[in-house]
Structure formats: C-alpha cells, structure tokens
Design a protein around this ligand. Structure first.
Ligand code: NAG
Length: 317
C-alpha cells in the first residue's frame, strides 16, 4: 500500500493541470456506439503521442520515450459491463534512469482515486509497478470498467507496447461513466459489497427502480407503490442497506458529501435529484442480508427546469 502512494506522489498527473473530463467528452462522443467494440480483433498498432491519452476501444498501443521526466497516463474506460485487460507485448523501461510504468485498477484524477479502497475489498491487486528489460508476464484485469496506465520514461529509446481488450464483466459493481448520460444498474447479488457509479460531471439522476434492504415477503403490499422515502423513514428492512447520492469536487469518496439516502422497494419510481458538482456518485451500500438492486439514469441537468425545481431536488457543491 505504501508503495502505491509513493508512486502516486511522484506521478501526480494533477501537477500538470489536466482537465480530464473535457478531453474525454470529445473522445467518447466521437467514439459513440463504438465503445469497447469487440469486433476489432486485429487492430493495427497505434503510436500514442500525447502525454494524456484516453481509449475506449480494444487496441494495441505503443508508447515510446521522448526523453522527458514528465509523468504521463493512458486512461482506459470500456462499456459499463466491461473489464479492462492489459497485456504487455514488449517492454523496455530503464529502472536506473527512474523509468517506471504503473497499472492502476481504477481511476485517478487530481490525486483522488475511484473506487474507494474501502469498496474494493481485500482481494485483487490494486496497483502494480514495473521497470526493467523484460515484459511483465502478468495479464492485468481490472475489477471495474476502468484502468489507468501511468508511466515516466526519461531514458531515450525506451518504451512499451500494450494490448488492451474489454472482456465482459458478468457482475459489474464499480463503474465509471465516460459520458454524462447513461442508464446504470447497481446490484450486490446478496453479497456484502458496496457498488458505485461515478461520473465526473454535474448530473440529473432519475431512479427508475429501487429495491434496497427489503425481504421478499415485505415486497408484496401497498407500500410498494409509495413514494421513494429518505432512508431515515424506511418502515421496514435494514438500516445498513441504502443507496446514497453523493457529490463533491473530487472523485474520492471521502471528499464527497452524502446528499440523499434511499431504501425500500419502489419498482415504479421516477424520483429525480440534481447534483451540481464536479463529481457525482451513486453508491449502493449492502450488508449482505439482501439482494439489492437499483436502476438509475444519468443525464445532464437542464438549466431551465432547475430554476423552477424545488430546492430539495438540487444539491450543490
Ligand atoms: C460499505 O460501506 C459501509 C458504509 O460506508 C461500510 O461501513 C462498510 O464497511 C462497507 N462494506 C464493504 C464490504 O466495503
């Protein structure tokens, strides 16, 4: 764990003042419909030339040293139900020059990391670093739909080639939304896990299905079609199991505030809430006693409708 933080401070991308979401939006809008296209089985090798790159398509990507000290990164985000697989095909990074390559299972922006360590569980390797003249044999597979390859290549004539694929994730849990809009399902499958969808945009969230902290037997009955209630007023079920709406200036859980919490069984809800923050997170907290599921739609907040909206439907940072 200590090593991971050392690397992050030395590879602090934020120090270069990148605003990731804008580049992102441009790239992913162009990609539209093509995200994680699994048909591209034999993609041509692409030389990456920018210090910060984003890719959402499978491919073979080459990075060659331009002899700078700068820390650079390749942000990889696939479709919501994908994982990211990274295979090093060639590798030549001089340790003595301070050359290093790191792979992060998650997303890093301005020194903040998503998903939260607390929500990642104990298994799996969060961060790996490599240098040397042999290619890493380990094929890296992320837990969510995002991964980050960070590197610093000060030595001339060094570099690496990676093959990136996006295998399907049968149980997506922590998800990055590359675009400001989309439909997402968070589900724990009866496990003691916390799952989140994170977007680096202000969002209008609409819940279309909420089933959190409720026994099968309790689902029948009139309360099923009642309005979505804040969790404090849940009449039945678990107090631990909730779906949270969070927002903040950074993607890190600890730096976000909880604006709303819901629970109960609400299969026909259309409850909306606006989060006007740089980062929006919907987080399903599960004790493991219930099979919880939430469907939520993300969209850009409409300025016109914000002005006549009730104040309790808007949270700001
Ligand atoms: C899930 O989140 C809750 C509340 O933040 C925390 O108490 C719990 O330890 C987390 N559980 C897991 C499995 O990460």
């Amino acid at each position: 764990m200590a090593f991971y933080f050392v690397l992050f401070s030395s590879l602090a991308l934020s120090a270069y003042g990148y605003t990731v979401p804008e580049q992102f939006l441009e790239y992913y809008n162009e990609l539209e419909g093509n995200l994680g296209n699994k048909m591209a089985l034999n993609p041509a090798k692409e030389q990456l030339t920018e210090c910060i790159e984003m890719r959402g398509e499978p491919g073979v990507y080459q990075v060659s040293s331009a002899g700078q000290q700068m820390a650079c990164g390749i942000f990889l985000v696939g479709p919501v139900d994908a994982q990211v697989e990274i295979d090093f095909l060639t590798f030549d990074v001089d340790c003595k020059d301070g050359g290093i390559v790191g792979v992060l299972d998650g997303w890093e922006q301005n020194g903040a990391v998503f998903p939260d360590a607390e929500d990642m569980g104990q298994d799996g390797v969060r961060h790996l670093t490599y240098c040397g003249h042999n290619r890493p044999k380990h094929v890296f597979r992320s837990t969510g739909n995002m991964a980050l390859v960070q590197y610093r290549l000060p030595g001339a004539a060094t570099g690496f080639i990676i093959r990136v694929t996006f295998p399907t994730n049968p149980r997506p849990c922590n998800i990055v939304s590359a675009l400001p809009e989309g439909k997402f399902t968070l589900r724990n499958y009866g496990l003691k896990v916390n799952c989140s969808v994170m977007a680096m945009y202000p969002e209008r969230l609409t819940f279309t299905y909420v089933n959190v902290g409720v026994n099968e037997a309790l689902k029948a009955g009139s309360h099923a079609i009642s309005a979505l209630k804040p969790s404090g007023k849940c009449s039945a079920g678990s107090k631990e199991d909730v779906v949270e709406i969070r927002g903040g200036g950074a993607i890190e859980l600890k730096r976000t505030s909880v604006f709303k919490k819901y629970c109960g069984f609400h299969p026909f809800t259309r409850e909306s809430h606006n989060v006007l923050c740089g980062a929006t997170i919907v987080r399903l907290v599960s004790s493991g006693k219930y099979d919880n599921m939430v469907n939520v739609e993300l969209a850009e907040p409409l300025e016109e409708s914000l002005s006549d909206m009730e104040m309790d439907k808007i949270s700001t940072c």
